[in-house]
Design a protein around this ligand. Structure first.
Ligand code: BG6
Length: 476
């Protein structure tokens, strides 16, 4: 049994959320309308038509939520800022009331010695920009996003030390422009790769701005990384796994770190006629936007096999690791998604694979040599509120414990991990799955159709994490 390295003293034991999933107050204090405010109201898009209009009312209850974090001993809280609160129409006037809300939240966190980790963009694009120039499909988004970022850097300089640029670019781009399950509900690979290129530029431009402003702190993107396994050692399947890793992981992270697209994938995009249009200067900007850390949202791994060329059309690359919609899961000629027979699954059919997290951390270290901030990891499950107000979520404790162990293994292997933000702090809106798929340490009493009183209850996992933090990861 090998001796394990201890977690560093500065390790950020954190937890996370996103504006649309917790805040509510969707039209208060001059907030503009986002593409999600609109999308959830299209019939059939979300579970039981659930929206985040009230969500878990964090906008009005942030002090109560921060008090719970403080009592638990949380070291870091990752949350996102809604662009529509800061610049309601995306590119016009700055809304002081929006800045004030986040300033109050940040001050409240700092007063309790909780490090704010701020995500600039967690999917809630101002609808005005979607209407005006199709949002991510226009080069204009690069300048508008950078201006928005600059407003936040300027206001929160000295207070916020950890910044996340884009949350899961790979997810919002592929769901928005290929699967069509997120706004703007497009299914077109050519448009997807173009929007993705502008998102890459926006990410780099915001980081470049951060450097120019000589901000004190660290900045990086959050990537939804599902490392690839081959279904077996058949060389054609191993090749498919290589291709999958290139297309679903290196294709995004190489751009962040090296400012270029992987050659094999670029060639494939050109052959398919779906490569984005680029300008020569783009690559100068991309190289200038190198992040300080790689933010990783880790939930599961991907297992693939070879896929014969005479498949079913351009398929739907599965970048989120969502399994289940079996039709055309994969890309003909490249890979086919498989079920890994060696891992367990949640009630939402997501794999439980803590070793995959260790693999993810190691692959990032080998390929990019950057520190890693785990910006999300957690278990979405049904929870039961008992009559005495307890929630016995032993399954969540078990899940988190295995993942914390995997992080410690990775640290022992030589990976630099800055912190671990579980998903999520309180229960929240699970975008398309309503409120029944719960992730929090803190249970929020509401369901899809009834907001009830939105009362907060501590789950067993809340107390478990409290001990983990207190012992700096020694007492699991
Ligand atoms: C990540 C997102 O993709 O996964 C979160 O950044 C999201 O916003 C989380 O909630 C879990 O996904 P889901 O679909 O179970 O809510």
């Amino acid at each position: 049994h090998k001796k394990m390295n201890a977690f560093p003293k500065s390790f950020l034991w954190g937890s996370a959320s996103a504006a649309y999933q917790v805040e509510g107050a969707w039209d208060e204090d001059q907030k503009g309308v986002s593409v999600w405010d609109e999308f959830v109201n299209i019939p059939g898009k979300t579970f039981k038509g659930t929206t985040g209009e009230v969500a878990v009312d964090h906008y009005h209850r942030y002090k109560e939520d921060v008090a719970l974090m403080a009592e638990q001993g949380l070291k870091a809280y990752r949350f996102s800022i809604a662009w529509t609160r800061i610049i309601p129409d995306g590119d016009g006037e700055i809304n002081e009331a929006g800045l004030k809300f986040y300033e109050n939240l940040i001050d409240e966190l700092l007063a309790h010695h909780i490090e704010p980790v701020v995500t600039l963009y967690h999917w809630d694009l101002p609808k005005a920009l979607q209407d005006k120039y199709k949002g991510w499909e226009s080069r204009q988004i690069v300048a508008d996003f950078t201006r928005y970022a600059e407003v936040l850097f300027d206001r929160f300089r000295g207070k916020v030390k950890f910044w996340v640029t884009l949350n899961e670019q790979n997810v919002f781009i592929s769901h928005g422009y290929l699967q069509g399950s997120h706004p703007p509900d497009v299914q077109d690979p050519k448009r997807m790769y173009q929007a993705n290129h502008y998102a890459n530029l926006a990410n780099a431009a915001a980081i470049k701005k951060f450097r120019e402003m000589e901000m004190d702190g660290l900045i990086g993107p959050s990537f939804a990384y599902s490392p690839t396994y081959a279904i077996d050692s058949n060389p054609v399947n191993v090749l498919a796994a290589d291709d999958h890793e290139e297309l679903q992981a290196n294709f995004w992270m190489d751009v962040y770190v090296y400012g270029r697209y992987p050659k094999v994938i670029w060639k494939w995009l050109e052959d398919q006629g779906i490569a984005p249009e680029v300008e020569a200067d783009d690559f100068v900007l991309l190289r200038e936007g190198k992040p300080d850390f790689m933010g990783v949202n880790y939930y599961q791994t991907s297992t693939v096999s070879a896929n014969p060329l005479n498949g079913v059309g351009m398929g739907k690359p599965n970048t989120t690791g969502e399994k289940g919609s079996s039709e055309a899961n994969g890309v003909p000629g490249i890979f086919k998604d498989e079920q890994n027979p060696f891992v367990e699954r949640t009630n939402w059919d997501w794999e439980i694979d803590p070793t995959g997290m260790r693999i993810a951390l190691r692959r990032i270290t080998s390929r990019y040599d950057l520190p890693v901030l785990i910006t999300e990891n957690g278990l979405g499950e049904y929870d039961t509120l008992e009559e005495d107000g307890a929630i016995h979520d032993a399954y969540r404790i078990d899940y988190l414990k295995q993942h914390v162990e995997a992080i410690q293994e990775a640290i022992t292997d030589g990976v630099e991990v800055l912190g671990y933000c579980t998903w999520s702090y309180t229960d929240l809106l699970s975008w398309l799955n309503g409120y029944q798929k719960r992730y929090g340490f803190v249970y929020v009493d509401r369901d899809e159709l009834d907001e009830k009183e939105l009362k907060r209850y501590k789950k067993d996992s809340y107390y478990w994490y409290q001990k983990v933090i207190e012992s700096n990861g020694e007492n699991l």
